[in-house]
Design a protein around this ligand. Structure first.
Ligand code: AGP
Length: 614
């Protein structure tokens, strides 16, 4: 998720823009840039790395005085974190600069058409496509607002766009679809931003923009139109957050914000993965079909939450591809002399892309000449760079140490890999793959329904402040969900928590059960052969021994409700997709319990966001 700020007014634009970008550093980014208009000229400065690199560049090569400009901090999605891929991007004639947040889903088709017209691209980004489209529209005589409206109607996907035109002094134009954009209304000056944190020190008066709207700001005016040119009503409001809250979009913890970002993160991870002809397309999958057809074993290697995502992925990948799939803890993998060869596909999962244990596992696999695919949320990180192929999740920066949206998007990326393998090996027809991806595309809305019903979980958490131990049980894909629910609780509430395969209870763990012990049970969807009934039996067993059962089951599961001291209803989803909704109440429970204890939810003791040492 990139940071964007535009300014127009009487003050020095570069200083205001740089300060605004600094206010958004918490979002995480890997490059930054500024464009200003001065005396009819567009001047751009941009650098990979942190803002200090850009500041040094501006120190060495100052931009001219200007009262109109845009700034951007980039979280790389398409194209690595390099100077040339940093925003702003300019049209070929250097007249217009644009910054972008989101994913242009149809950019490859648009880029191909522009290149066929002789346009030479400088970067690997989807965003540069917009700069050339705007440049072409302006060259045809359109003004910037009209040009933006026309271009937006060509785009598919999610985007916030903010542009300046060298021949349009004193105005900035922006557009949004499924991506944040807000107007800051000052006195004789105005702001455009992805995040109120970037301008809250200058004004608390803002205007919320609606879907598919274009906005033009001058120092004294704000004008909003729909993409098709109709005047749109504006919704002024007063920002009552302090700066800290603004950085968390009003949430009091990044983790809570990121739990609620999961539907958008899931949708963004699915964006652009299906060709118009319905075939799954993984752009970064640089392993050819023949090599994929020769794979006779898959080994997933990861740590912590990413390992749990791998455990879930195993069920789906084996079901769809019929390829044996092992899941290994990275720190154990290379020390057990694993059987890995050129026919073994090694899949590493890592949100940060810098986890040392996982990186060492990759190096070991590559020494055995096994092809390696990385599932990663951080473009250009070490792990994807050292892998043969990568499937990026598009969760945006995950600030909270406890991984939430990283986890659910890892599962989705793994599912895409499994379906891709089935497609490339001819095990599933295109329409079968498309139907499963269509079902996956419904998951964000189902996640939203779970998020809308979490008050019950918050109350549940507040009642458990004195709990000393919590157990989690599940079967099939519900078992790794139990493991992940326990890990979330351990790492931020510092409670003893343990997840078990429900079928294992009678082989020992049931001895732990005593009156009042909270046990979360993830009940599979009904009609799943005997799996559902077996978990219900496990719930009865622990309840009979006094456990306090918190049962997660699909809505309408009356049998599950009979044995629940607390029933958390889930949307009806296919069995393999249930982890994507079942994990949300468990994440939220851990977050709320930790918060009720007064703990630092985002930076729990003893833990780091990325474990870069073995
Ligand atoms: C998860 O909440 C933890 N922060 C931790 O287990 C994490 O998943 C693990 O360290 C792996 O990190 P990675 O995904 O960045 O490789």
């Amino acid at each position: 998720m990139c940071g964007i700020i535009g300014y127009v007014g009487p003050r020095p634009a570069v200083q205001i823009i740089m300060d605004g970008l600094r206010r958004m550093e918490y979002r995480g980014y890997d490059s930054a840039g500024v464009a200003v208009v001065s005396q009819g000229q567009l001047v751009v400065s941009k650098k990979a790395g942190k803002l200090t690199n850009l500041a040094a560049e501006l120190g060495a090569h100052p931009l001219p005085d200007s009262h109109q400009g845009v700034g951007h901090t980039r979280w790389a999605t398409h194209g690595g974190p390099t100077d040339v891929n940093a925003h702003p991007h300019c049209s070929a004639d250097g007249r217009v600069a644009v910054v972008h947040n989101g994913i242009i889903e149809n950019f490859t088709v648009l880029r191909r058409d522009l290149e066929a017209d002789g346009v030479v691209f400088q970067s690997q980004t989807d965003s540069e496509t917009v700069a050339h489209l705007l440049g072409r529209a302006l060259a045809s005589g359109l003004d910037l607002m009209t040009a933006m409206r026309q271009v937006c109607q060509l785009l598919e996907g999610a985007f916030t766009l903010v542009a300046v035109d060298a021949q349009a002094p004193g105005r900035i134009v922006a557009a949004r679809r499924d991506s944040p954009l807000v107007v800051g209304v000052g006195q004789g000056e105005n702001f455009l931003a992805s995040d109120v944190a970037s301008f809250i020190e200058h004004t608390r008066d803002a205007i919320e923009l609606g879907q598919d709207q274009v906005v033009e700001i001058t120092p004294d005016q704000v004008r909003v139109l729909t993409f098709d040119g109709r005047e749109a009503p504006t919704k002024p409001y007063r920002i009552d957050w302090d700066l800290s809250a603004a950085e968390k979009a009003g949430y009091d913890w990044f983790m809570r914000k990121e739990i609620y970002e999961q539907p958008q993160a899931a949708a963004d991870t699915l964006l652009g993965r299906i060709d118009p002809d319905g075939r799954l397309r993984l752009d970064e999958m640089r392993i050819d079909r023949a090599r994929l057809r020769s794979v006779d074993k898959i080994v997933i290697v990861a740590c912590g939450t990413a390992y749990h995502a791998g455990l879930i992925a195993k069920y789906a990948i084996e079901h769809w591809t019929r390829i044996p799939c092992e899941v290994e803890i990275a720190s154990e993998f290379r020390y057990r002399d694993p059987i890995v060869n050129p026919s073994t596909l090694v899949v590493t999962i890592s949100q940060s892309g810098e986890t040392a244990d996982t990186l060492m596992a990759i190096r070991h696999a590559r020494e055995q000449h096994a092809p390696v695919v990385a599932i990663c949320n951080t473009n250009g990180a070490t792990i994807p760079r050292e892998s043969d192929a990568v499937i990026y999740t598009h969760a945006g920066p995950e600030i909270g140490v406890a991984s939430t949206k990283g986890f659910t998007t890892q599962i989705i990326a793994c599912y895409l890999l499994g379906l891709y393998l089935a497609q490339e090996r001819g095990l599933k027809f295109g329409d079968e793959v498309a139907e499963l991806v269509r079902q996956l595309a419904e998951v964000p809305d189902q996640m939203r329904r779970v998020l809308a019903g979490l008050d019950q979980v918050a109350e549940l958490a507040r009642g458990q402040a004195d709990t000393r131990s919590v157990l989690f049980i599940g079967r099939h894909v519900g078992y790794p969900v139990a493991l992940e629910g326990a890990l979330k609780l351990k790492e931020i509430s510092y409670l003893h928590a343990e997840g078990f395969a429900a079928g294992e209870l009678k082989h020992g763990p049931i001895a732990l059960v005593e009156p009042g012990l909270p046990i979360f049970a993830v009940v599979p969807p009904q009609g799943r052969d005997s799996l559902h009934d077996k978990v219900i039996s496990n719930v009865q067993e622990v309840r009979a021994r006094g456990a306090w059962t918190i049962v997660l089951a699909e809505e309408g599961d009356l049998e599950a409700g009979r044995w629940a001291d607390c029933l958390i209803e889930l949307p009806v989803v296919p069995t393999l997709f249930q982890p994507l909704v079942a994990i949300i109440p468990l994440q939220f429970f851990a977050c709320e319990l930790a918060a009720s204890k007064g703990y630092d939810v985002d930076q729990p003791r003893n833990l780091a966001k990325s474990v870069t040492v073995e």
